[in-house]
Design a protein around this ligand. Structure first.
Ligand code: UDX
Length: 434
């Protein structure tokens, strides 16, 4: 199959490279000259484990190419995937669909007959209808289909998620679109990944429902963690105790500083807007959003309380981990932002280290001393707080840490450490839900 991928962001680039790896011929198109230039030079604009090798291998095999020019990419294509950004619209939390609609309008006059236009961006219910209307308006004679194919990959595990998905969801309103998408995903369905075919609106909503449900699981266990602290229970026991019930499932029950990233915060807000537009309130999701917002800032207070509260001017805290989770350089809606800002508001100096996220962090967090490594960040600090679960923070040399910190306060917002190990070295240990 010949595939055009519009947008070389996270989803577009990973999907494009993986489709090429399946043996399809893929052309990735982006408007951003610097991104295309970088990709043509073999540079990957995002940090994602394994992606550079996958791109290089498929470019070398002649199956994957990059261009700025839609008119060069589109002739003869079987499917065009729209994988452009759908950020939160400023002011109201609605998904901003202007990039999706602009892509539809621009491609319409260039599309070949029989093409299937597939929305891979996360878009609210009904967006496929509008994409279809725009293309029909711009190219009244064209025969085409519009389908939805939401993407469920996680940053940091994107290639594995794409190649070994729990399921592939396709939303199609006609048989031609269904058969083209089935053909594109044949390499996965042959390996028994289930392909779930449904209406276009059903697929659009499935993506939001999945993310909102996962966010709800996290929000739920985070509140249970808070209760554990009050009643003297350990949330890791509770998490295990409920997660082994197959109706509940053990994943996404890890308490922490709150969820962040490019999807959960934005998609839960957009789903709430859809609920409002259709007069179908989503009270559970509303509570999850509010609870998570409060939690992120609350994690800053947790560190402040660990330092004893009161006037903390002149104190310094070492923050380990800035990205919203490990194995990414993504800072979007990272809990670290709220933690650092809460500390700074209390007059505390922040020294920080992150293995991949410091470039991005510098754009959102000022007045932070960015350090070369975790021990440099701890040197002379009054307390240490682990915000992101990077592997390099899992086995800190506690004796060395002890020699560097002024006060032996160890706040572990990801529960990476055993209390007895840390307390055994003489620290005051504060985890989450323990
Ligand atoms: C998520 C979805 O998992 C993915 O299916 C969708 O396509 C995009 O959004 P991603 O944002 O990359 O993926 O990361 P994910 O691993 O899901 O984590 C999201 C946030 O939840 C992170 O801040 C993470 O730290 C937090 N989280 C996750 C927890 O706090 N506890 C958990 O148990 C799991």
């Amino acid at each position: 199959m010949r595939i055009v991928m519009i947008g070389t962001g996270y989803v577009g680039l990973v999907s494009g490279a993986c489709f090429a790896d399946f043996g399809h011929e893929v052309v990735c198109v982006d408007k951003d000259q610097s991104k295309i230039d970088a990709l043509l030079n073999g540079e990957i604009p995002i940090f994602e484990p394994g992606l550079d090798e996958l791109v290089a291998k498929n470019v070398a095999a002649g199956r994957l190419s990059f261009t700025l020019d839609l008119a060069e990419a589109l002739p003869g294509t079987d499917a065009v995937f729209i994988a452009v950004g759908t950020p939160s619209r400023r002011g109201d939390g609605h998904a901003d669909l202007s990039y999706v609609y602009a892509a539809a309008r621009e491609m319409a006059p260039l599309l070949p007959d029989g093409v299937v236009v597939v929305d891979k961006s996360t878009v609210p219910v009904g967006t496929g209808d509008e994409v279809e209307r725009i293309i029909r308006e711009e190219a009244p004679e064209l025969s085409f289909s519009v389908a939805s194919n939401p993407e469920f990959l996680r940053e940091g595990a994107a290639i594995d998620d794409f190649k070994r998905p729990d399921r592939v969801v396709i939303g199609v309103n006609d048989a031609h679109a269904e058969s083209v998408l089935e053909e594109i995903y044949r390499p996965l369905t042959r390996n028994e990944s289930p392909l779930v075919s449904m209406s276009r609106r059903g697929a659009e909503l499935t993506k939001y429902a999945a993310n909102a449900f996962l966010a709800t699981k996290i929000g739920f266990i985070n509140e249970i963690a808070d209760l554990c602290e009050k009643v003297g229970a350990d949330v890791r026991d509770v998490s295990k105790g409920i997660g082994l019930d197959s109706r509940i499932g053990n994943r996404f029950l890890m308490p922490g500083p709150g969820y962040g990233g490019s999807c959960f915060p934005k998609d839960t807000l957009a789903l709430l807007k859809t609920g409002q537009d259709y007069e179908s309130p989503l009270r559970i999701v509303e509570s999850v959003v509010a609870s998570n917002d409060q939690r992120k800032r609350g994690m800053g207070r947790k560190v402040i309380n660990a330092l004893g509260g009161g006037d903390l001017h002149g104190k310094t805290v070492a923050v380990l981990g800035l990205t919203f989770k490990a194995n990414t350089d993504d800072m979007r809606d990272s809990p670290a932002i709220s933690v650092v800002q809460a500390l700074q508001d209390a007059g505390i100096e922040v020294k920080a280290y992150d293995p991949e996220g410091m470039e991005q962090a510098k754009k959102v967090l000022s007045n932070v001393t960015y350090c070369e490594g975790p021990y440099e960040a701890m040197d002379g600090a009054d307390a240490l707080v682990i915000v992101t679960e990077w592997d390099t923070f899992r086995a800190l040399d506690l004796d060395r840490v002890k020699g560097l910190l002024k006060d032996l306060i160890f706040v572990d917002l990801r529960n990476l450490y055993s209390r007895s190990d840390v307390e055994g070295t003489g620290f005051k240990y504060i985890g989450v839900g323990r």
